[in-house]
Ligand binder design. Structure first.
Ligand code: BG6
Length: 475
C-alpha cells in the first residue's frame, strides 16, 4: 500500500542553482509554473559560485528567455520576486546554518531540496541537511545518474536512507514526466482493443529507439565519464520499456504502478554482452573534455528479454545514440504475420506485419500500420497508416520538468523511480558495463564501432536483429 499523502511543500531549495540543469530546464519549468499559477512557494537557490543576488536574478531571467523567447515580463518578474540566493561552500557549516535560517524566515517546515548537482555530492549535501535538522520533514529530489553501477546505486540508496526515508526520496527520470511517455500507460489500459493481443502469442518483437542528432554539446567531460548505456539506456529507455511491458496496475496509487514495473525488471534477464553493440561517432574524441583515446560509447543497441508468461521469447530491441540522423523516441510493437492462405490463392504478396508505433518525441502520437485491400481484381493487401498526432487532436502537453517539479512540491511520488526499480535496472545493465570496461578481460572492453554523424549508428547494430531490420522512426 502507499505510504499515505505527503504534506504539500512550502519552499523549494535548489542546489546547483547556477548550474547547467537549472539554466536549461529548471528555471524555464519554474516560469511555466508561475505562469500557470502553480508555483506558490519561495525558491531558495544555493550555489558555490560567488554570485550576487542581482547576478542570480539576471541568470534566472536569461535562462527563462533562452528557453521561452516569448516569456511574459510580468510572469518573469513574479518568479524573480520569489528567489533568494545562498552562496557558500557545501563543506562549510555556515552555509547550512544560513539555509536553515532562510527557511525559518520563510516559515518553511516542509521544504523540497532539489539536487541539481553532480551525483558525487548527493551524500555530502544530504548529510549536511541532516546536520541542521532539515531532513526531518523535507523531501529530496535526486537527479540522474543515480549511481554508476549496481554497487554504487545500492550504496547511495543505503546512505540516503540513513538520512531520508524512501517515501521522501524522489529520484527523477524526466522521461517519466513526459506526457507522451505517460500516455503509454493510459493508452494501453484505457483501450480494451490492445490487451488481448499484447503478449507473446501475437507480438513478434518490440523495438525502442531513442535517437538524437546532437552530439555531446559542451558536456564532453561529463559524457566521457558516463556513456550512452548509463546516460539513457539504464534510465529513460528502460522506464519506457517497463510501461510497454507491464501488467495493469491494480489502482492509481504510486505503489501499485511501481510494483508492476518492478515485476518487469525482476523478470528481465541481464543484458547478454554478445547481443549488444556499442558505437562512437567519428569526431567524438575531438570534443572538448573527451579523452583522445576514449572508448566510451555514444551509441548502443542491445537485445533484452523478459522471462514472464506474457513476454517469454519476444525480443526487445533497444537502440539509442547521439549524432544520429533524426531526433526521435519511438516504440514499435511488431505483430506476427497472419497465415497467408487467402493470399497464396491470389498469388499476391503476403501481408506485411502490423505495427503499433508510439511516437514519444516532439510530435507525439500513435500510428497503427495495418493492411488494406489494394484496388483491383486481386485479393492483395497493402500497407496503410492510421495515425493520430496528440497535440493536434488533444491540445498541447505540459513540459516534463514542470510536471515533475509540481509533483515533488505536492509530494506525489508516482512519476519518480523507486529504490528497488533503480537497482533492478542496474542489475540488468551491469553485464553491459562490465563488458564495455573489460572488467573480466584485463581492461580490454568490447569494441566500440565508429559511425558517421547523420547515420543510424554502426552497421554492426543490425547483427543483433538476426536478419530483421530496424524500423525507421516516423518523425
Ligand atoms: C538526458 C541525457 O537525461 O536526456 C541527455 O543526459 C539527453 O544526454 C537527454 O540528450 C534527452 O532528453 P530529451 O527530453 O531531449 O529527449
Amino acid at each position: 500500500m502507499s505510504a499515505g499523502p505527503q504534506p504539500i511543500a512550502d519552499a523549494l531549495v535548489l542546489f546547483g542553482a547556477t548550474g547547467d540543469l537549472s539554466k536549461r530546464k529548471l528555471f524555464p519549468a519554474l516560469y511555466r509554473m508561475e505562469d500557470h499559477g502553480t508555483l506558490n512557494v519561495p525558491v531558495v537557490g544555493v550555489a558555490r559560485s560567488d554570485w550576487s543576488d542581482a547576478a542570480f536574478c539576471q541568470h534566472a531571467h536569461d535562462s527563462v528567455l533562452a528557453a521561452i523567447p516569448d516569456a511574459k515580463a510580468a510572469v518573469i518578474d513574479s518568479l524573480l520576486a520569489r528567489l533568494d540566493l545562498i552562496q557558500g561552500d557545501y563543506a562549510d557549516p555556515k552555509t547550512w546554518a544560513t539555509l536553515a535560517r532562510t527557511l525559518k524566515k520563510h516559515k518553511s517546515e516542509h521544504a523540497v531540496f532539489y539536487m541539481a548537482i553532480p551525483p558525487t555530492m548527493f551524500p555530502t549535501v544530504a548529510q549536511s541537511l541532516a546536520s541542521v535538522g532539515l531532513n526531518e520533514r523535507g523531501r529530496i529530489v535526486v537527479e540522474k545518474p543515480f549511481g554508476r553501477d549496481l554497487a554504487s546505486a545500492k550504496e547511495l540508496n543505503t546512505t540516503l536512507h540513513t538520512i531520508f526515508p524512501e517515501e521522501r526520496i524522489f529520484r527523477i527520470d524526466h522521461y517519466l514526466g513526459k506526457e507522451s511517455v505517460e500516455d503509454l500507460l493510459v493508452f494501453r489500459f484505457s483501450n480494451t482493443l490492445l490487451e488481448p493481443v499484447w503478449n507473446r502469442n501475437y507480438v513478434r518483437s518490440v523495438q525502442i529507439t531513442m535517437s538524437e542528432t546532437i552530439g555531446v554539446e559542451g558536456r564532453g567531460s561529463f559524457y566521457d565519464g558516463v556513456g550512452t548505456i548509463r546516460d539513457v539506456l539504464q534510465n529513460h529507455l528502460l522506464q519506457v520499456l517497463a510501461l510497454v511491458a507491464m501488467e495493469p496496475p491494480v489502482g492509481p496509487e504510486s505503489s501499485f504502478l511501481q510494483d508492476e514495473k518492478a515485476k518487469v525488471f525482476a523478470a528481465m534477464r541481464p543484458i547478454d554482452p554478445a547481443m549488444m553493440v556499442r558505437g562512437q561517432y567519428v569526431g567524438y574524441r575531438e570534443e572538448e573534455g573527451v579523452a583522445q583515446d576514449s572508448t566510451v560509447e555514444t551509441f548502443v543497441a542491445a537485445k533484452l528479454e523478459i522471462d514472464s508468461w506474457r513476454w517469454a521469447g519476444v525480443p526487445w530491441f533497444v537502440r539509442c545514440g547521439k549524432g544520429l540522423t533524426a531526433n526521435a523516441t519511438e516504440v514499435v510493437v511488431e505483430f506476427r504475420e497472419p497465415p497467408s492462405l487467402l493470399f497464396d490463392e491470389a498469388g499476391g504478396p503476403t501481408p506485411e506485419r502490423n505495427l503499433v508505433r508510439f511516437r514519444l518525441g516532439k510530435q507525439d502520437g500513435v500510428t497503427f500500420t495495418l493492411q488494406a485491400k489494394t484496388p483491383g481484381q486481386h485479393l492483395d493487401s497493402q500497407q496503410v497508416d492510421v495515425a493520430v498526432d496528440f497535440a493536434a487532436a488533444l491540445g498541447e502537453r505540459r513540459e516534463a520538468y514542470e510536471r515533475l517539479l509540481g509533483d515533488a512540491l505536492a509530494g506525489e511520488p508516482r512519476r519518480f523511480a523507486r529504490e528497488d526499480i533503480v537497482e533492478q535496472t542496474w542489475r540488468v545493465i551491469q553485464p553491459a558495463l562490465d563488458s564495455a570496461a573489460g572488467t573480466a578481460t584485463g581492461g580490454v572492453g568490447t569494441a566500440v564501432h565508429p559511425y558517421f554523424r547523420g547515420s543510424w549508428g554502426p552497421a554492426e547494430a543490425d547483427r543483433i536483429l538476426k536478419g530483421d531490420t530496424w524500423y525507421l522512426p516516423a518523425n
